[in-house]
Design a protein around this ligand. Structure first.
Ligand SMILES: O=C(O)CCC(=O)C(=O)O
Ligand SMILES: [Fe+2]
Length: 378
């Protein structure tokens, strides 16, 4: 994780997942890819088990993207629909007649009694879900079920967290661009912003990205494989055949400094865009910082308050072994010790953040950190 590069892990990592058995049906026919005519290996020849998924999750209302329609902001149109609508349609047409993409579905939060998988140990040192699940009763664990050719536009992940995506069925084509290369790529489209989609022709001879093609990672994720999405990397996805995947957004000491940087940048942008309120005497200084907080919360989804609360929660639960405050339905966080980094690793990342923020670090975070230091020194 520390090198912050994309990785694909083989199917063994999730071989014992219930979802990999119950969510799919194996078909005997060998399938070919419609575009390339290539034979897909028999391992990929499975279809979602629509009956099972419908039984367990069909009645849940889920965000559903229509990949060929735009909302008023130019993003993919999204509607909240019962999952069974898409399940029935895909069952009928093999996901070939519309570009429907139910995504960011909180199936595990909303049906906690249905067992589907265990988080691989490699991804268990997760400060984000520990906090969000135990304190807010929400989660960053998602399911995606895409029609053939459905897409997720080019983006970076929420709060610049990591994600991992396990493909249960079908094939995904991913493009990755590092944060360092983003400006150069965007400039080729005449903009400081990245486009919402990079066409595959754009990095072929004659395309605007041809000479930058070595900066684009173009890769296939097949059934059973896990993709690790590093912090701050741009990525886009196209589904080949009906795909079904499980993913988490998550974070720990290895990416906390990127997330801290990104939150600083978001606050700076927001302060700048609202500066007139101060200059024109419309708000007081105190009120101004409250307004900035509110706007960051609305646009970005979290604030310093939550950022620090997440860190403190991690320190208390994992480093100081404090019990959970409320009883929640969430699974216990039994991270095998060898998957928790040495305290010095967490401490040095946190110390660099404390140094940058000086007296803005909440005192409860500093005192909790000190307790961790004392515990280690005992
Ligand atoms: O599979 C997809 O469509 C998108 C997945 C994604 O963006 C992620 O895992 O971060
Ligand atoms: Fe993503």
């Amino acid at each position: 994780m520390k090198p912050n590069r994309p990785v694909i892990l083989g199917p063994k990592l999730t071989a014992n997942w219930i979802a990999r058995r119950k969510w799919v049906k194996r078909s005997n026919e060998n399938r070919t890819d419609r575009e390339t005519g290539l034979q897909l290996s028999s391992e990929t020849a499975s279809t979602p088990n629509y009956e099972y998924l419908n039984e367990q999750y069909g009645s849940l209302a889920v965000p559903t993207a229509f990949c060929d329609q735009k909302d008023k902001y130019g993003s993919q149109l999204r509607k909240t629909l019962p999952f069974e609508h898409s399940l029935l349609q895909f069952k009928k047409d093999g996901g070939r007649s519309t570009l429907v993409y139910p995504k960011d579905m909180h199936l595990f939060r909303d049906r906690p009694s249905v067992k589907a998988y265990e988080t691989p140990e490699l991804f268990m040192d997760d400060w984000l879900n520990l906090y969000v699940m135990e304190v807010e009763g929400d989660d960053f664990r998602f399911v995606y079920m895409g029609a053939d050719r459905s897409t997720t536009p080019l983006h970076t992940d929420v709060y610049q967290s990591y994600s991992f995506s396990v493909n249960i069925c079908g094939t995904k084509r991913w493009l990755f661009i590092s944060p360092e290369d983003a400006l150069a790529i965007a400039a080729r489209y005449g903009s400081p912003e990245m486009p919402s989609w990079i066409r595959y022709d754009d990095f072929q001879p004659g395309g605007p990205l041809y000479d930058l093609r070595s900066k684009i990672l173009d890769t296939l994720q097949r059934e059973g494989e896990t993709v690790f999405v590093p912090s701050g990397w741009y990525h886009q996805v196209e589904n080949i055949g009906v795909t079904l995947s499980i993913n988490h957004n998550w974070c720990n000491a290895s990416c906390i400094e990127y997330m801290h940087n990104a939150l600083h940048a978001e606050y700076a942008r927001t302060r700048e865009s609202l500066q007139d309120l101060l200059d024109d005497g419309i708000t007081s200084r105190e009120r101004f910082s409250e307004v900035v907080d509110e706007v960051v919360a609305a646009n970005y989804g979290w604030t310093w308050k939550k950022f620090w609360a997440m860190i403190e929660h991690y320190l208390r639960r994992i480093r100081l072994h404090e019990p959970r405050k409320k009883t929640t339905d969430t699974p216990m966080w039994n991270i095998p010790p060898q998957f928790i980094p040495p305290w010095s690793y967490d401490a040095s990342a946190l110390n660099r953040i404390f140094e940058r923020d000086g007296n803005k670090v909440p005192s409860s975070v500093l005192s909790t950190f000190q307790q961790c230091e004392n515990k280690v020194c005992q």
